[in-house]
Design a protein around this ligand. Structure first.
Ligand code: PBG
Length: 325
């Protein structure tokens, strides 16, 4: 039998061949940079748990957004840190709340050159740190929270955001937000839904980034890391409720979920390369235990390969530079 001499290594022989047959690429326009803005800050405040990431002032936030345009990024995701918190997260729905002001600032700065997105969740604004409002027994009141999310969505849309990003994992949140936006004639404002969001230890560094007041955990609303099918179910429900884009979070421990969601829905799929994934790599690199830049690019490539059309990553600006050099 004339068995052909099959040698897969032929296609790995030169950089040009490897590039020619690459199945996956990462481009700057697929990357979204999360940005934090702190009410009352006069200088950017470094976040100890996330080396290289800061809480911006309103002014430096605009500069960061302009840099994102310059780097050709796909968008920015805004998070606000208010000076005052209360039980119902009033700062979230106040048109003069820090996040709503920041949206207006950034949209004025970048216009249509960048997709501006905003976190739609109460945890930064509540004194108890939960993503929703509580009932008298201290449990999350899902349906009362939906009413607050609806008002928050309208406030963000009024400020000019392109995509609101409900991330609180309340049942029915996407449908309620869609109805509220439509009722106020914000038919062009889209929804990036955090559909499969897991109760993850890998959000640890983020809690410092937003000065979280959380006691306890989010396991009654965020998903159990043990469940993949449930992530697909959540994403399918969100598409039915009107999500324009669905998101899986975290990314690296959940590449199987990402892949399954990509196959199950026909809208764009995003993944959030979260704070813990960022800080682990940064810490190892700081010790000289890992080669930082290739590790960053391999991380992003893996998330794309698993099926993400869009990646939210704290490395977005730097990675854009690495990818175009
Ligand atoms: C909720 C929210 C969180 C993150 C993004 N949106 C925190 C949480 O659910 O506890 C985490 C992001 C990260 O870890 O990078 N508003």
């Amino acid at each position: 039998m004339a068995f052909p001499d099959i040698r897969p290594r032929r296609l790995r022989r030169t950089p040009a061949l490897r590039r020619l047959v690459a199945e996956t690429d990462v481009r700057p326009h697929q990357l979204v940079l999360p940005l934090f803005v702190r009410e009352g800050a006069t200088e950017p405040v470094p976040i100890g748990s996330m080396p290289g990431v800061v809480q911006h002032t309103r002014d430096t936030l605009k500069k960061a957004a302009a840099e994102a345009v310059g780097a050709g990024l796909g968008g920015v995701m805004l998070f606000g840190i208010p000076e005052e918190k209360d039980a119902v997260g009033s700062g979230a729905t106040d048109p003069h709340g820090i996040l709503n002001l920041a949206i207006t600032d950034v949209v004025a700065e970048v216009g249509d050159q960048l997709t501006v997105m905003s976190d739609l969740c109460l945890d930064e604004f509540t004194d108890h740190g939960h993503c929703g409002v509580l009932d008298p027994d201290g449990n999350i009141d899902n349906d009362r929270t939906l009413e607050v999310y609806a008002a928050m969505a309208v406030a963000q849309a009024a400020a000019g955001v392109d995509l609101v990003a409900p991330s609180g994992m309340m049942d029915g949140q996407v449908g309620q937000v869609r109805r509220a936006l439509d009722a106020e004639h914000y038919i062009g404002t889209g929804i990036l839904a955090y559909s499969a969001k897991y109760a993850s230890a890998f959000y640890g560094p983020f809690r410092e980034a937003v000065d979280s007041s959380l006691q306890g955990d989010r396991r009654t609303y965020q998903q159990n890391p043990a469940n993949a099918r449930e992530g697909v179910r959540e994403a399918t429900l969100d598409v039915a409720e009107g999500a324009d884009i669905v998101l899986v979070k975290p990314a690296l421990g959940y590449l199987d979920v990402l892949s399954a969601v990509r196959q199950a829905v026909d809208v764009p799929v995003a993944a959030y390369n979260v704070s813990g994934e960022y800080s682990m790599l940064e810490a190892a690199a700081a010790h000289g235990w890992i080669d930082r830049e290739p590790a960053i690019l391999e991380t992003l490539t893996s998330i794309r390969r698993a099926g993400a059309d869009i990646i939210l990553t704290y490395w977005a600006l730097e990675a854009a530079g690495l990818l175009t050099r």
